[in-house]
Each structure stands twice: as structure tokens, then as C-alpha cells.
Design a protein around this ligand. Structure first.
Ligand SMILES: Nc1ncnc2c1ncn2[C@@H]1O[C@H](COP(=O)(O)OP(=O)(O)OP(=O)(O)O)[C@@H](O)[C@H]1O
Length: 252
């Protein structure tokens, strides 16, 4: 938590001219989105920019909401900040570690038990054996995962996967927290618990990126918004302004 306390106004994240290029016609995920986006299959070039010219800086302790329609680059941006994806253009610098709750199944090893996954992931985030042992019960307890400690992660229900993943990342000491929409999978009571935990972490001075389609959640946690449209940063400003513009551009 040392890094988070150094909220002296310098930047903790600096993204300069970020660009990510993907190839079309490979994999199924994007083709569905493209279908709905109404793009012509034939006129498509082989590659497209999922993100381009994205530049912003973040100060320690800021809480940032990332908004935009489906497929506009929100998850891609979070992956760049998490360091699990490398940009084709530009650069992103993060001072300190990142605890990402994004596409959770990717971060956990399906064949390993919950216990082993917690040890592995916590270790990768720099916690020592002793620290992990000290926090293990709290992690399992918060998730309500006592019954599945020795179950392979892949056999957990999707809700339970999210519970374990959130519980773990919220017990790490990383100064930057990334929360994707996966949280929506949890039931109402668990979501409320997560939100209280996020508030605690923000009070401690952590930096938050929250991707959400829920205006109330965005207003509750975030002071600033990044609005992505067509992979470009359409607006970077106070969350109210960002939501207003987004609503104007895309009335429900
Ligand atoms: N590995 C990949 N290969 C090819 N295209 C990809 C890949 N990952 C994402 N894309 C495409 O890049 C674009 C941006 O995707 P991204 O997941 O960042 O959008 P998003 O704003 O997070 O969407 P959603 O709100 O639906 O989660 C989309 O067109 C998507 O289909």
C-alpha cells in the first residue's frame, strides 16, 4: 500500500498514443460484434484498429469510469494497462502493480484448485508465503468459497469464479485496480459487498478503472470518465460530462 499513499499529484499511469490492431476473420468473438455494427464483410481490410491515438494520464487515487458501446475498445484498454496485451503503437507506463479483475478465467488455471490458484496468483502479485497464509482465510471467507477450496477452478459456477477472483484481487497490495463488467455476474448481495470493498480501497488511495454500463455505479465510484468510441478517446472529463455526452450520442 506504500505506492498508493504517495498521492502527491504525479502520474501513476501514463498512456501515450496507444494503438492496438487486430486481424479480422479470426476467432468468433469479433465477428458477432461486427455483424451488429453493420459493417460490410467485403469492404473490410485484413486488420483494424481496436484502439487508436489514446492518450491520457492518471494521478494516484483517481477513480476512472470507462464507457462506450460494445466493442469500442474498453476491455482492450484495460488489458493494455494490465500489461497482458502490448500496444502496436504508443506506450503505457504504470508505476506499480496492477490487480486486474478482467476476463477472470484467463487469470486462473482451470485445472488447479481454488487454494492453489489463490497461492499462485497472490504469489505472482508479489505476496510472500506468510502474507498469503495470513490473508487466505479472509480471501476465501469474503468469497464464501469455503466449500470449494479444493475444487478445480474450472468446476466452479461462473458466479463463484467471479467471487473468488474479486476477493483475491481486492486483498492484493497493488496500487491500481481494474474492474471489468464481470462483476455483474455476481448476485446482488455479493455485488453490494464488492462495492463496499471498492469504496474501502479507494479510501486507502488506490487507483481504480471501472468498466461499466451502469450509470449509477459509475457516478458512485468515479470522478472522471473516459469515453471510447470507435477505438478513439471521444472524451476525457468529469464523469457527469462524459455520461451526458455518451447519452446524447447514443440515446437509449
Ligand atoms: N483478440 C482479438 N482479436 C481480434 N479482434 C479482437 C480481439 N479482442 C478484441 N477484438 C475486437 O476489438 C474491438 C474492441 O473490443 P473490446 O473487447 O475492447 O471492446 P469493449 O468496448 O470492451 O466491448 P464490450 O462492451 O462488448 O465488452 C472489438 O471489435 C472486438 O471484437
Amino acid at each position: 500500500m506504500g505506492t498508493a499513499s504517495s498521492a502527491t499529484g504525479q502520474t501513476i499511469i501514463s498512456a501515450q498514443g496507444l494503438g492496438v490492431r487486430f486481424r479480422r476473420n479470426r476467432g468468433s468473438r469479433r465477428s458477432f460484434k461486427d455483424l451488429f455494427a453493420g459493417r460490410s464483410r467485403r469492404s473490410r481490410p485484413g486488420e483494424f484498429w481496436a484502439l487508436r491515438d489514446v492518450t491520457f494520464e492518471v494521478r494516484p487515487g483517481e477513480a476512472i469510469g470507462v464507457v462506450g458501446r460494445n466493442g469500442q475498445g474498453k476491455s482492450t484498454l484495460l488489458k493494455l494497462v494490465a500489461g497482458v496485451l502490448f500496444p502496436d503503437e504508443g506506450s503505457v507506463r504504470v508505476d506499480g502493480g496492477v490487480a486486474p479483475l478482467i476476463e477472470i478465467t484467463g487469470g486462473f488455471v482451470g485445472d488447479l484448485t481454488v487454494r492453489d490458484n489463490v497461492h499462485l496468483a497472490a504469489g505472482l502479485h508479489g505476496l510472500g508465503k506468510r502474507e498469503i497464509a495470513d490473508r487466505f482465510d479472509a480471501i476465501i471467507g469474503f468469497a464464501g468459497a469455503e466449500e470449494v477450496i479444493d475444487t478445480p477452478f474450472k468446476h466452479l459456477s461462473s458466479g463463484m469464479k467471479v467471487r473468488v477472483a474479486f476477493s483475491l484481487i481486492s486483498q492484493l497490495d497493488e496500487p491500481v485496480l481494474l474492474v471489468d463488467e464481470v462483476l455483474a455476474v455476481g448476485d446482488k448481495a455479493f455485488r453490494a459487498k464488492c462495492y463496499r470493498r471498492i469504496e474501502e480501497l479507494l479510501t486507502e488511495g488506490r487507483t481504480l478503472f471501472l468498466v461499466s454500463h451502469n450509470e449509477r455505479d459509475l457516478r458512485r465510484f468515479c470522478s472522471r470518465g473516459l469515453y471510447l468510441d470507435g477505438g478513439r478517446l471521444a472524451l476525457d472529463g468529469p464523469i457527469d460530462e462524459v455520461l451526458e455526452r455518451y447519452a446524447q450520442d447514443h440515446p437509449a
